[in-house]
Design a protein around this ligand. Structure first.
Ligand code: SAM
Length: 277
C-alpha cells in the first residue's frame, strides 16, 4: 500500500514559551502537506507566531480521531508528509494521537517524532524529587470518590508519580493526596512552566495544600504535581496487608497472621491487629 515516501511526523510544540519550538520542528512544519491539529484556531494563532500561517491544517481531536486516522494514513500512504500536533506539548501525552499512530504502524507507514516540550518531563526536571524511576499518571478522575480510589491504588508505588491537574480541582486533589499518600509525602507543584507566572514549590503534602489553599493565585493556570514514591516501608506494608486480606477470606485471622509474619518482616501481632481493624 505504501510507497514509503510519506511520513507521519509527531511534533511537540512549546508548553508556554513560543521560542521553545525547535528549529527542526519549525522547518518540518513548514514543509509538510498537512498539519493535523487538536484545535485549528489555536494552531493558526501559534502558526502565525512561527511564520507558518500558510501551512494547510485540519482538526484532529478526541471526537473525530478514529475517522481521521483513516484519512491521515491514506495521505501518508499516498506519499504525503503529515504533521500531528496538539495544542501544547507532545501529542499523545494526555492528548489525542494514539489511534492515528497505532493505525499508521499497523499499515507499515513511517512515523517519526520531533521531540520537544512535555509538561510532565519539564516538571520532573525541576521537581527535586527522585527522577531515576517515575510513572506518568495523567489526570486523576474528577470526582471525589473515584479520585480517592485512584490515589489509594497508587499510594504504595515506590516510583515518583506525575499528575496533571486542572486549577479548579487543585485544592481538592491536594486534600486527597494528604488523605491517601499521607501528610508527610513530598510533592512539588509546578505551575505555568515557561510562562510569566512560573512557580515551582516543593513541600510536604499537608504544607503544600495549606499554601495553595491560602493563595488563590496558586489555583490558576496549568499545573503538574510531582509526587514522591512511597517509602520501602509503606510499600512493604501495602504488600503484606493485601496478602493478609486475601488469606483472611479463607483462614482464621490468627492463622493468616502467622503465615504473613513468616513471609514478611512484620510481627504476628501487628498483622493480627490489622486484620481485627
Ligand atoms: N500534551 C501536553 C504535554 O506534553 O505536556 C499535555 C496536554 S494536557 C491536555 C494539559 C495539561 O498539561 C495541563 O492541564 C497541565 O496539567 C499540563 N501542562 C501543560 N502546560 C503546562 C505548563 N506550562 N505548566 C504546567 N503544566 C502544564
Amino acid at each position: 500500500m505504501s510507497n514509503h515516501t510519506g511520513v507521519l511526523y509527531v511534533v511537540a510544540l512549546p508548553i508556554g514559551h513560543g521560542d521553545d519550538l525547535s528549529t527542526r520542528a519549525r522547518s518540518v512544519l513548514a514543509s509538510v502537506d498537512m498539519v493535523y491539529a487538536e484545535d485549528t484556531r489555536q494552531w493558526q494563532r501559534s502558526a502565525s507566531h512561527w511564520g507558518l500561517a500558510t501551512v494547510a491544517s485540519r482538526s484532529l481531536h478526541e471526537h473525530n480521531e478514529t475517522a481521521r486516522a483513516q484519512e491521515v494514513c491514506a495521505l501518508v500512504a499516498s506519499g504525503k508528509s503529515v504533521a500531528l500536533v496538539s495544542d501544547a506539548g507532545t501529542p499523545l501525552i494526555s492528548d489525542p494521537g494514539y489511534r492515528v499512530v497505532a493505525h499508521a504502524q499497523q499499515l507499515g507507514l513511517r512515523v517519526s517524532p520531533l521531540p520537544g516540550a512535555c509538561a510532565a518531563v519539564a516538571a520532573l526536571s525541576v521537581s527535586g524529587i527522585a527522577s531515576d524511576q517515575f510513572v506518568f499518571c495523567g489526570f486523576a478522575p474528577s470526582t471525589g470518590a473515584a479520585r480517592r480510589r485512584w490515589l489509594s491504588e497508587r499510594a504504595s508505588w515506590v516510583s515518583t508519580q506525575i499528575y496533571y491537574e486542572a486549577p479548579h480541582r487543585i485544592v481538592a486533589m491536594l486534600d486527597d493526596i494528604v488523605g491517601c499518600h499521607g501528610a508527610a509525602r513530598e510533592v512539588t507543584l509546578c505551575r505555568e512552566l515557561t510562562k510569566t507566572y512560573e512557580t515551582v514549590r516543593r513541600a510536604e503534602a499537608a504544607a503544600l495544600r495549606e499554601w495553595v489553599y491560602n493563595d488563590t493565585q496558586q489555583q490558576r493556570g496549568e499545573i503538574v504535581l510531582v509526587v514522591a514514591g512511597a517509602s520501602a516501608q509503606v510499600a512493604e506494608a501495602a504488600q503484606w496487608q493485601a496478602i493478609a486480606d486475601d488469606l483472611a477470606q479463607q483462614l482464621p485471622p490468627s492463622h493468616s497472621a502467622k503465615l504473613v509474619a513468616k513471609w514478611f518482616d512484620v510481627s504476628k501481632r501487628e498483622v493480627y491487629q490489622y486484620l481485627q481493624r
